[in-house]
Design a protein around this ligand. Structure first.
Ligand SMILES: Cc1cc2nc3c(=O)[nH]c(=O)nc-3n(C[C@H](O)[C@H](O)[C@H](O)COP(=O)(O)OP(=O)(O)OC[C@H]3O[C@@H](n4cnc5c(N)ncnc54)[C@H](O)[C@@H]3O)c2cc1C
Ligand code: FES
Length: 316
């Protein structure tokens, strides 16, 4: 079985064991969260050996060129020497503002050390000093010069509770990214757009809708925000004001206690989605279910962009 070298410490992987699991078994301090190849928190760099293409799926070309890979889905065929990726992949940002968008959603504003290069809707990974890593979608446009995140406070959640209770403006955090393909692209300004989110899945869509309007998108844009009840909504006044000044934008909150399932609500309103582009973010079950339903309603798979907010497993 392959041997993994981590800062001079060596571990032989067991059959079916990922590089992440092998390193955690010997007590290595490797950042991780979803353990499913989604969040990119466990990004490492191979200084020798081949991590394998499957562990590089979805990574940007510049990171693949540097032999970066996702340790949680890396099952190498041969020995590897691995290290934490350095400058060029990770950098830092100052936390410059925090305010409550609702009783459970915190708006976090970061000033990155270098000017932001993201597209609204992509995500980044936030690192605490002790190495704890979690991914968050970006609600701000790059030309706004800062990074805005919307963080739902999870009871006993390590990162979200820390942000709400202990972090304060002036502290520095690590950031990695941007990553992901959930962002607006120009070239089809008349195309109907479907934007659908639950919870803080609104964060990327708040960026995407403003980017689309700023780029002069003139086709219809339907923005759905799902929540259990009215307390789960946020940015309602801002989105209503945006819709009032842009006749092609329709903003629809969907409340489970009043409207039923958001997935059924959307598909009943739009039974035919041929020619549409979709952006779907938030709870993984919702994202997976709506992706299937919009595809069955005629939306081409290349037009479906999504980010499922996969949490860290309970034991992680
Ligand atoms: C690509 C991507 C983008 C994301 N974007 C955002 C974003 O914009 N805003 C945002 O608020 N979050 C986002 N997340 C989720 C975020 O990364 C964290 O998972 C979340 O903030 C919880 O982290 P925590 O450390 O506070 O809680 P943890 O300490 O990780 O969790 C505490 C306990 O709660 C459970 N748990 C955590 N979240 C959930 C959940 N949603 N459902 C069920 N159980 C859960 C965990 O399994 C654990 O048992 C995103 C995730 C991904 C993969
Ligand atoms: S991608 Fe590996 S922990 Fe999320």
């Amino acid at each position: 079985m392959p041997v993994i070298d981590w800062e001079g410490q060596q571990v032989q992987l067991a059959a079916g064991e990922s590089v992440l699991d092998g390193l955690l078994r010997i007590g290595a301090d490797v950042a991780h969260s979803c353990r499913a190849g989604v969040c990119q928190s466990c990004l490492l760099k191979a200084s020798s050996g081949q991590p394998g293409m499957a562990s590089q799926a979805g990574l940007k070309a510049a990171w693949i060129e540097q032999s970066c890979f996702l340790a949680c889905v890396c099952y190498p065929a041969g020995d590897l020497a691995v290290e934490t990726p350095g400058a060029g992949v990770r950098s830092s940002a100052e936390l410059i503002g925090m305010s409550w968008l609702s009783p459970t959603v915190l708006r976090v504003i970061l000033q990155p050390e270098a000017p932001p290069v993201h597209r609204a809707g992509q995500y980044l990974t936030l690192f605490r000093d002790d190495g704890l890593a979690r991914s968050y979608s970006i609600a701000s446009l790059a030309d706004e010069g800062k990074i805005e995140l919307h963080v739902r406070i999870v009871p006993d959640g390590r990162m979200s509770s820390w942000l709400a209770q202990l972090a304060s403006p002036g502290i520095t955090v690590g950031i990695q990214g941007p990553a992901g393909n959930c962002f607006y692209t120009t070239g089809a300004p008349d195309q109907p757009l479907l934007l659908a989110a639950t919870g803080t899945g609104l964060a990327p869509l708040y960026g995407i809708v403003r980017e689309a309007l700023e780029q002069g998108h003139c086709g219809p844009i339907w923005l759905y925000h799902g929540a259990a009840n009215s307390e789960g909504l946020y940015l309602q006044a801002e989105l209503e004001a945006l819709a009032a000044t842009h006749p092609n934008l329709r903003y629809r909150p969907v409340l489970r206690d009043r409207n039923g399932s958001i997935t059924d609500f959307i598909i009943n309103t739009h039974p035919q989605l041929k020619g549409w582009r979709g952006f779907i973010c938030g709870n993984p079950d919702f994202v997976n279910s709506l992706k299937k339903r919009v595809f069955l309603s005629g939306m081409a798979s290349r037009e479906i962009h999504s980010d499922a907010f996969v949490p860290a497993p309970p034991s992680s």
